[in-house]
Design a protein around this ligand. Sequence first.
Ligand code: AMP
Length: 587
Amino acid sequence: MSLSIDLSDDLSNGNLKVLDDLTSSVKQIQDDVLKEILTLNADIEYLHRFLHGSSDKDLFTTNVPVVTYEDLKPYIDRLANGEPSDILSALPICGFFLSSGTSGAKQQMLPQNDKYLENMRFVYDLRSLIISKHFEGVEQGKGMLFLFTRQDSTTSSSCLPATTVTTSFFKSKYFRDRPSYWYNSYTSPDEVIWCPDNKQSLYCHFLCGLVQRDDVVRLGAIFASVMIRAITFLETFWKELCSNIRSGQLSEWITDLSCRASVSIILGGPNPELADFIEHKCSQKSWEGILRQLWPNAKFIEGVFTGQIAQYIPTLDFYSNKLPLVTTSYGSSETFFGTSLNPLSKPQDVAYTFIPNIAYFEFSPVDKDNNNELVQLADVKLGYYYSPVVTTYSGLYRYKVDDILEVTGFHNNAPQFKFAQRKNVVLSIQTEATTEVNLLKAVTNAKLVLESSDFMLLDFTSYAEISSAPGHYVLYWELKTKNNGTSKLDDKVLVECCYVVEESLNAFYRKERTKDGSFGDQKKKKKHGSIGALEIRVVQNGTFDELMDFFVSRGGSITQYKTPVCIKSIEALAVLKHILLTAGRRR
Ligand code: AMP
């Protein structure tokens, strides 16, 4: 089977034959992919050290080491300094992808070439085919999707562009020349996506989406967290949007010329009836279900809802009155991995089927009983946990990605993986190691307490405060009332939340915190441990928007933005300075 696959036949007759072919011959396709990558790159400097010009799979398996970003950084730096691509890749490196770098680690620069974008287009094609099969009539409507790009920067010596995957894709021919059966049907013209000023872009996305509200069959963003940001933006700007719709005139501050020109055409003339309608909906006291009210024909919200993004689901359910959440794909700046074949799965059940012609995938077992030998895609076992190790067409060879995945099933021979967690430990003060998953679970438990008192947790992050002894965990929370009202949060509720978070953290935390790990017993409680009482600081509304702006200004992109579960830099911490309320348990 050819590794470059043309999906147009399948797409035009609504078939899923390609998917069947791909998922039935996983081992063969993976062997072919590896052969192709090794043959192409046999003579590049990096691989030559290990393979001496050979493209033999066994030699690759025994000689090529598993590496991390730090191992490859000297090579990547040389590329950025203007040395030729063939240090790492026979296919020309045409730039770098900046990974979101918000998970505590420094932003990383990964070499890129057209093969990545070609793969991304392939996954989008496949996805649109799968979604149309599950939602009748979806191709006839339009999508209001919050997609953004950022201004490219270039590396100083090589003059190669350094940008995010999504920016690179949305500006590439793979997106621009998309076929009509695909996402031709956005409410926003491409100029809105390409506008480098994200505020203007978001405003225009809404304007176009509101004017064409009856045509909108799907809402979404790449990561669902962006939907929440968009809704809070709408809360601030709906009056101005209505005034533009009423007069047929776009606000003066939309200064990006191509954005202005294309959106003005969509805005058309004055439309006071529509303005009245939106004004009526948006001035209701509660915004529960507002998305369904403004876009009554929307059948679902699409995006990523797994991993740390799952925390936004209750808030989205509130604003959308539980529109179905359709999970899209799993990918990173290193490579695309796979897509969900069942768009109707609940986010907690979503599994990603890896697409075997995209890259060569191996897996490093996470379970302790396993030895450290890598397992091939076709050989992973049901119920086991692994981290992916990827060999790509863009200069990564046995590169370990810091995610943990669980094998939960197979589609034909292709394994399906549930996203379990990012591997990093986010908080640690003593010997305890609190992972992203520990923290997310603990906050989810505390959210139940919060919600019983009419408040929603809009977003959160954390910080290990060690400037005073004993060090302690601090959670920064941005809250919102469910009825847009002025309900006051009772301190006792916050203290109860602190209690629930601490009770939900793992045994190591509880042990360090109280010496014997018990909070319940009053007498034992007096035995303070080496970690101080967890503190929740409620921040002013808009703070997490500012935090996003901060990371975006440092080279991130809104489209790929994920609020960091933990803050590691003092500069980012400074953004969280407007604290309205603080609470902690007595120690
Ligand atoms: P970036 O390279 O900045 O785009 O970040 C990629 C990371 O985002 C991945 O390694 C995952 O940790 C996370 N991610 C991407 N897609 C998903 C998904 N579908 N579910 C959960 N996490 C995801």
